[in-house]
Design a protein around this ligand. Structure first.
Ligand code: FDP
Length: 352
């Protein structure tokens, strides 16, 4: 199996998706949609590479998306490029962070595709990795909302493109998670790792710590225990990262493990965190689970949540399975919120 995986390194994405030796069959229309998205991503990557020479990509358009985020020029351009690409594939329904409602593309199309066209918009102008996230379902005959308002476990494919020092695609079609890299000479995505695995445990966490005062007890306690380091209840030192591009954080976790948290907090609009379930959390969770990691909202697996709104937010905690389970235990075990109790005046929940 491993030898086969090594032999396939270097295959183009088209070859990989039509390769009969894969464990699961990728249906033609799913392959076509992925290839269409890869084409759009290649065009977005070319713009990102040009930076300010491509125009003011990170400038505000003066418009807000439905969730209230200011739309940047590249948000809109990326959305248009992806929309155009998907009109060439068998896509019945298209949902996007940048579109208020679900759009119908081809009434006979077989798929429903949701995208965050440009993730990490605040990093466009600072030359830090940004990306595109996508999620693919079979279109439901019960209509547009039924096609997306379903558990993430029903996705048939998901992935993200990260536009960084190199452009990469991390993809799952339900049989493991694969890494492809855009070969700049040929402008083709080529397989670089046929079987990504997330290491089960590490000492690195990612969270926007400026929100510390807004967090609820379980998250605050977990982070306090990490910050306690070698002298604290965990008895070892931890490292922290925060890129503020979900795709970049995910990519780091694929390469060296760790845990990412964008939890619910006490700020008015953050009762369900910041990230959107359909086109951010669900596809990331599918990729992560397929690589041996875990993704939860604090308590429940992300892939079991059923959205009731298109742009619905969810708390998102994902990464190395042991770490995610530990964060989950802080949410479910009353001992781990005991700093709320006057009986306990010191923090300290774990000794390992
Ligand atoms: P952005 O709004 O810049 O597109 O998708 C939302 C997101 O970025 C994530 O990529 C990132 O992890 C998060 O927001 C950053 O949020 P904060 O600014 O609250 O840290």
């Amino acid at each position: 199996m491993e030898a086969l995986a090594v032999r396939r390194v270097g295959l183009t994405i088209d070859q990989f998706l039509s390769d009969g030796s894969r464990g699961g069959q990728v249906h033609l229309e799913v392959s076509e949609a992925i290839i269409a998205l890869a084409g759009a991503a290649g065009r977005i990557a070319a713009l990102v590479r040009k930076g300010p020479l491509a125009g003011a990509l990170g400038s505000d358009t003066g418009q807000n998306n439905v969730d209230g985020d200011v739309q940047k020029k590249l948000d809109v351009t990326a959305n248009e490029l992806i929309f155009d690409a998907l009109t060439e594939a068998s896509v019945r329904y298209f949902a996007s962070e940048e579109e208020e409602a679900i759009l119908t593309l081809d009434k006979k199309g077989k798929l429903a595709v949701a995208v965050d066209p440009l993730d990490g918009s605040s990093n466009i102008d600072v030359n830090i990795s940004i990306g595109t996230i996508f999620s693919i379902y079979r279109a439901s005959d019960d209509g547009a909302t039924a096609s997306f308002f379903r558990p993430g476990r029903e996705q048939v494919a998901a992935g993200y493109f990260v536009y960084g020092p190199h452009t990469a695609l991390v993809l799952t079609t339900g049989t493991g998670t694969q890494l492809f890299v855009l070969d700049p000479a040929e402008q083709k995505f080529k397989l670089a790792d046929a079987q990504l695995r997330i290491v089960p445990t590490t000492s690195e966490f990612a969270i926007n710590a400026s929100n510390y005062r807004h967090w609820l007890d379980p998250v605050r306690t977990f982070i306090d225990d990490c910050l306690g380091g070698a002298e604290g209840p965990r008895g070892r030192d931890f490292n922290m990262r925060w890129v503020a591009s979900l795709v970049a954080e995910t990519h780091r976790i694929f390469s060296r493990g760790g845990v990412f948290l964008y939890p619910a907090d006490k700020r008015g609009r953050y009762a369900n965190g910041r990230l959107r379930l359909i086109y951010e959390a669900a596809p990331i969770a599918f990729l992560v689970e397929q690589a041996g990691g875990a993704a939860i909202d604090g308590i429940d697996p992300i892939l079991e949540l059923v959205p009731s709104e298109l742009h619905q937010r969810t708390p998102l905690i994902f990464g190395s399975a042991d770490k995610v389970r530990r964060v989950q235990s802080y949410h479910t075990d009353p001992r781990f919120t005991r700093d709320a109790s006057p009986l306990f005046n010191t923090r300290g929940l774990f000794s390992a």
